[in-house]
Design a protein around this ligand. Structure first.
Ligand SMILES: [Ca+2]
Ligand SMILES: [Ca+2]
Length: 161
C-alpha cells in the first residue's frame, strides 16, 4: 500500500500540471464534479430539461437552476451536446433588443463565436428573433414563441490554488 502522503502528493501534482505557472491564480476542473444529473464536457456542466419550452421560458428555467441557457462555443462542444442531449436546441442568442443585432451570452458575458447556416439569420416573415442549433449543427433564427428542447449550462466546480 502506498503511503497516504505520497498519494496526496501525486494528486496535487496532477492538478498543478493544469496550471499556467508563475503567480497566476489557476484553476483545475475536477472530473465528475458536476451535480447529479448534470453531464460534464471540459469545464462545463450541462442538463437537458424534461420538456420543450419557448425561448424566454427556457432562459428563465435555466436561471432558476443556477445556470444559463447553453451557447456552444465550438464545433466539438456542439457535437457533444447533439450526441448526448438533443440534435436541436435553443441557444442563448437573440436579436430581441435591436433587430438584426445578434447578442449571444455565455452567462452575462457576450461571446463572439457563431455558426450560422448559410443564408441565416434571415428574420423570415419579420418574426425570427431567437436562435437554435439545427439538426445539422449550424444555427438558424426562428420565432421565439415556438417550443424547442432546452439545455442549461453552468461552469464545472473549480479548484483554485
Ligand atoms: Ca430578428
Ligand atoms: Ca431563419
Amino acid at each position: 500500500m502506498l503511503p497516504k502522503r505520497l498519494i496526496i502528493g501525486l494528486i496535487s501534482l496532477c492538478l498543478m500540471i493544469r496550471c499556467t505557472g508563475g503567480n497566476e491564480r489557476c484553476g483545475a476542473s475536477i472530473r465528475g464534479a458536476c451535480p447529479p444529473a448534470w453531464s460534464q464536457w471540459g469545464d462545463k456542466c450541462y442538463k437537458q430539461l424534461s420538456k420543450n419550452l419557448p425561448w424566454a421560458e427556457a432562459k428563465q428555467e435555466c436561471i432558476k437552476k443556477g445556470s444559463v441557457l447553453v451557447v456552444p462555443q465550438s464545433q466539438e462542444e456542439t457535437e457533444f451536446l447533439q450526441n448526448n442531449m438533443h440534435r436541436q436546441f435553443w441557444i442563448n442568442c437573440s436579436d430581441l433588443q435591436v433587430e438584426g443585432t445578434w447578442v449571444c451570452q455565455d452567462g452575462t458575458t457576450d461571446v463572439e463565436y457563431s455558426n450560422w447556416k448559410t443564408g441565416e439569420p434571415n428574420n423570415a416573415k419579420g418574426i425570427e428573433d431567437c436562435a437554435v442549433v439545427t439538426a445539422s449543427g449550424d444555427w438558424n433564427d426562428v420565432p421565439c414563441n415556438g417550443d424547442s428542447p432546452v439545455i442549461c449550462q453552468r461552469p464545472a466546480p473549480q479548484l483554485h490554488f
